[in-house]
Ligand binder design. Structure first.
Ligand code: PRP
Length: 214
């Protein structure tokens, strides 16, 4: 009998697109499309069980083995460095990790640069590589407010369409790295459900090759 695979999907628009890929790859679970507040959906026929989790929590579920596999942004993987395997770049959920700030911002290197961010580790590593001293201000959202209110000089954040920056009179100052959604696996599951996970990976990869966009 086939082992059931437990999948942590990121709640929201990306998660819906990801489910679409799984569906096309032969892992459909029609009950997931019902509009209700349920968080777990299972298809016995396709040996798959899905959980909707907060996007930034996917890697935790996978690292701890509550989910065998999951889909997480490269930003989360770089920030938290979970002990998981990264199996595939899904080529979706594409955006850029950037330094942004007021247009025409000029860095005063005589003092530490004040950086507001949801990604303190990514920011620290980036500025360490530039040998620039920084003062991190860790926030959990609406990061763009920090330089507008002069609480920070710049922000390190995700830029997707650039609309949020534009509408707040801010601009990209430096690009740190490109981001996209990744298929990740728990290390123990990878060993003990290897056949099922490899099979899923191949099917997803063949769908993604055509579907991967944005
Ligand atoms: C993210 C990010 C930016 C915005 C970028 O925020 O932190 O604020 O999206 O997208 P854009 O370039 O397409 O405008 P999110 O929507 O996750 O909300 P948050 O402010 O609560 O973090």
């Amino acid at each position: 009998m086939k082992e059931i695979i437990n999948v942590a999907l990121p709640k929201g628009r990306l998660g819906e697109k990801v489910y679409d890929i799984f569906d096309k790859a032969g892992y459909s679970c029609p009950s997931i499309l019902e509009t209700n507040r349920k968080l777990i959906f299972e298809s016995e026929e396709n040996s798959i069980r899905y959980f909707w989790v907060k996007p930034s929590d996917v890697a935790i579920y996978v690292e701890r083995g509550a989910a065998d596999i999951g889909v997480a942004g490269k930003d989360i993987l770089l920030e938290y460095e979970p002990d998981v395997y990264e199996l595939l770049d899904l080529n979706m959920g594409k955006c850029r990790m950037c330094v942004a700030g007021p247009k025409g911002f000029r860095d005063n290197t005589a003092r530490a640069l004040r950086v507001a961010t949801k990604f303190p580790n990514i920011a620290k590593q980036y500025y360490a590589s530039q040998s620039r001293q920084i003062d991190i201000i860790k926030l959990n959202g609406s990061i763009e407010l920090a330089p507008i209110l002069k609480m920070s000089d710049v922000i390190v954040d995700i830029v997707e369409t650039g609309t949020t920056l534009k509408e707040n009179n801010l601009a990209v100052l430096e690009e740190i790295l490109p981001i996209s959604a990744r298929l990740i696996s728990n290390k123990v599951s990878y060993k003990f459900k290897n056949k099922e996970i490899m099979e899923l990976c191949e099917s997803i990869n063949s769908v993604c090759g055509f579907e991967g966009e944005n």
